[in-house]
Design a binder for this molecule. Structure first.
Ligand SMILES: Cc1ncc(COP(=O)(O)O)c(C=O)c1O
Length: 306
């Protein structure tokens, strides 16, 4: 989806013009994928723009950096303030937020420890990741021939830029085969997740999701959906599932900051059809929460205007 430029980007502690937020071609992360990142969304609410679970997302980014032995030179609170200030400066009512910490220019070679850690935060208006139609009618998915990388290759808990070659390969394969999105199995053949989303499966009226041990990213939206569903009296069970479980599911939906709660309408020619009742209930609850229409979850929103 094209990026809509805005005025300012936060880069190493200051706001710079959008066109000046650049790096040298010998930046370490460009060559070796040595960065950690996150994605958040800021939504329009009756109390002005608010970022959904800002602190939880940034804490997750710091944990990714820890796994990768990378010290981010800004605290979570400093990055929260930087994000809020940036949304204000760009006068956005809603946007996507992309913080990234990466090994910068310095030395060349795979050892990153002598390269500086550069940090940027970019915001821009961004629509539905898989499309508005996808939110209403669902996406067509395929099981990828590419396996999700193993925890002892690149830990899925760490949202490391280099790890996304795995997702990109699977996404390209799916799109070139006429699907919207790919589902990846782990090296044991169990369902892990989609290329940028966690998966939920409804079977015999129960909501199931692959356990973290099966290799999905511990998504903030995944955790939020689990809380929302439990609060609605529909606890989510973590269960190992194989591809056939998806083919005979009653409903499948995916979750993620970018994809929000998106129904799945087909997997490899097995039709699930229009969004089912559980998917619709979770999706409606999620959108009401992120848009500030449900006071019960107001603590999950970080308001841009105090
Ligand atoms: C591979 C992968 N799985 C799941 C997710 C969903 O994570 P979250 O809900 O924290 O956005 C993402 C999104 O960043 C992702 O890239």
């Amino acid at each position: 989806m094209p990026i809509t430029p805005v005025d300012k980007v936060w880069f190493n502690g200051t706001q710079v013009d959008w066109d000046k937020a650049n790096v040298h071609v010998l930046t370490h992360a460009l060559h070796y994928g040595t960065g950690v990142f996150k994605g958040m969304r800021c939504y329009e609410t009756p109390r002005g723009p608010a970022v959904f679970r800002l602190k939880a997302h940034l804490e997750r980014m710091v944990r990714s950096a820890k796994i990768f032995l990378m010290e981010i030179p800004y605290s979570v609170d400093e990055m929260i303030d930087a994000t809020i200030e940036l949304i204000r400066s760009n006068e956005l009512e809603s946007c996507y937020v992309r913080p990234l910490a990466f090994r910068g220019y310095g030395e060349m070679g795979v050892n990153p420890e002598h390269n500086p850690v550069d940090v940027c935060i970019a915001v821009w208006p961004w629509g539905a990741y898989l499309g508005d139609d996808a939110l209403k009618h669902g996406v067509r998915m395929t099981i990828s021939s590419w396996r999700r990388h193993d925890p002892n290759i690149i830990p899925p808990q760490a949202k490391v830029t280099g790890g996304y070659v795995n997702s990109s390969m699977a996404k390209l394969e799916a799109v070139r085969s006429g699907f919207d999105e790919a589902i990846m199995l782990n090296s044991q053949g169990y369902i892990s997740e989609a290329t940028g989303e966690n998966l939920f499966v409804v079977k015999d009226g129960e909501i199931l999701t692959p356990p973290l041990a099966a290799g999905p990213l511990p998504g903030i939206t995944r955790a939020s959906v689990m809380t929302i569903a439990a609060d609605l009296g529909m606890p989510v069970f973590e269960r190992l599932m194989s591809r056939a479980d998806l083919y005979v599911a009653e409903e499948v939906f995916c979750s993620g900051t970018a994809a929000e709660v998106t129904p799945v309408r087909e997997i490899d020619g097995r039709m699930l059809g229009e969004p089912g009742p559980i998917t619709q209930t979770i999706q409606q609850a999620y959108f009401a929460i992120v848009k500030g229409q449900d006071d019960k979850y107001i603590d999950w929103l970080h308001f841009v205007r105090a």
